[in-house]
Design a protein around this ligand. Structure first.
Ligand SMILES: [Zn+2]
Ligand SMILES: [Zn+2]
Length: 388
């Protein structure tokens, strides 16, 4: 079947879904759920998919809020996965706009599912806890992506950016053990674990100048003592350490650990480290991005990515090393507001946000149609994946 003809049909189906998709997005937005607690979002998304004849499997990869929804003609290949994220941020709600990601992916998948003789099949994968829990990483480990030929999703932004790297990230917890004492009466008998944490931050600030520009290190104090009149005998901080290159990240992590060790020596506190979860940097797939760009540009004019900064991390990075995957960005605000902010959460439930759902769903669906109808393109996508 002719690709343009299918696109026209699918476009009409997505237009008909408009109300349903906006309602879904707004409902998720109004009920923000943080990582691995996204029970309501998971229920609402899967019931829409079920009502459009998708077969839903919940509890995927042992994660209560992960799901897999396959279209009625699931046996056909290539198999394309649309990814739905739906977790919110603590305190800010949907300040990353994941409610829109769900609605766009559902729209693309349902729109395509209405074409009975589509030369391929589609699946929606609900991937929880992008903001730190790494739902996709667990799903990769459990083989959920094994039969998938390409995976895609669109992320809200203030620009329309087709292609961008993400930073590799690793969590590092630093703990200090000191000795308590009366902070006024006998401070000389105490070892101040909080001072060790503060000194660690200062050491890291001195280190920054001598790292490559892409590196980001940011932390919070997760335990700073109990009362000012007790010398804190225990203190800890949690850092996210990020870099473009996965190997360089390991080197930076060692340097950050040294900052903690030095602070321990300076204060007399003993130090220990715990590496937490992390994400890989994103592997780009130029062919897949180009196909997406052509479809995206039917609706919006695209922006060049900023030359410096503006990069985050995501578990799509890990996925991009397992299957060809894209994670472009769609603008939901004319103002240059920061992501992970109250302003961005507002934009995630706005007229422009709602319009993005339809444009996003169509751009994703049309990209899948190009891959379904042009086997040579799918071969090139696979070649890119193997060669880069
Ligand atoms: Zn985010
Ligand atoms: Zn996000």
């Amino acid at each position: 079947m002719n690709a343009e003809k299918i696109k026209k049909e699918v476009g009409k189906h997505i237009d008909k879904l408009r109300r349903e998709l906006i309602q879904l997005s707004n409902k998720i937005h109004d009920n923000p759920e943080t990582m691995f607690q996204e029970y309501k979002a998971c229920k609402w998304i899967t019931s829409i998919l079920e009502s459009h004849n998708f077969r839903v499997e919940k509890n995927v990869a042992g994660l209560e809020t992960a799901f897999k929804a396959v279209c009625p003609f699931e046996k056909k290949s290539p198999r394309i996965a649309f990814l739905a994220e739906y977790d919110a941020l603590p305190g800010i709600g949907h300040g990353c706009g994941h409610n829109l990601i769900s609605a766009m992916s559902v729209g693309a998948a349902v729109g395509l599912s209405k074409i009975k003789d589509l030369p391929g099949s589609i699946v929606v994968l609900g991937t929880p806890a992008e903001e730190g829990g790494g739902g996709k990483v667990t799903m990769i480990e459990k083989g959920v992506f094994n039969q998938i030929d390409a995976a895609m999703m669109l992320h809200p932004n203030t620009k329309n950016i087709v292609e961008r790297k993400t930073l590799a990230v690793k969590e590092l917890k630093i703990r200090f053990k000191g000795k308590s004492a009366h902070a006024s009466g006998e401070p000389e008998k105490g070892i101040n674990a909080l001072d060790a944490v503060i000194q660690t931050f200062n050491n890291i600030n001195a280190l920054r100048q001598h790292l490559t520009e892409d590196v980001r290190i940011h932390g919070i104090i997760t335990n700073g003592g109990l009362k000012p009149n007790i010398v804190p005998d225990y203190s800890e901080a949690l850092f996210y350490v990020r870099a473009l290159d996965d190997r360089y990240l390991l080197k930076v992590l060692e340097k950050v650990k040294n900052c903690g060790k030095a602070a321990g020596i300076a204060t007399g506190a003993s130090v220990s480290f715990e590496l937490g979860s992390g994400y890989k940097s994103k592997k780009l797939n130029p062919t897949l991005y180009n196909v997406f760009a052509k479809n995206f540009e039917r609706f919006v004019s695209t922006d060049k990515p900023p030359e410096h900064g503006g990069l985050g991390s995501s578990d799509i990075g890990d996925l991009s090393w397992v299957v060809p995957a894209i994670h472009p960005y769609i603008s939901i605000s004319k103002k240059d507001i920061p992501s992970h902010s109250v302003e961005f959460a507002r934009a995630a439930k706005s007229g422009m946000g709602n319009r993005a759902i339809i444009v996003g769903a169509k751009s994703l669906a049309y990209t899948a149609i190009d891959l379904f109808t042009n086997p040579e393109l799918m071969r090139k996508v696979k070649k890119d994946f193997e060669n880069i």
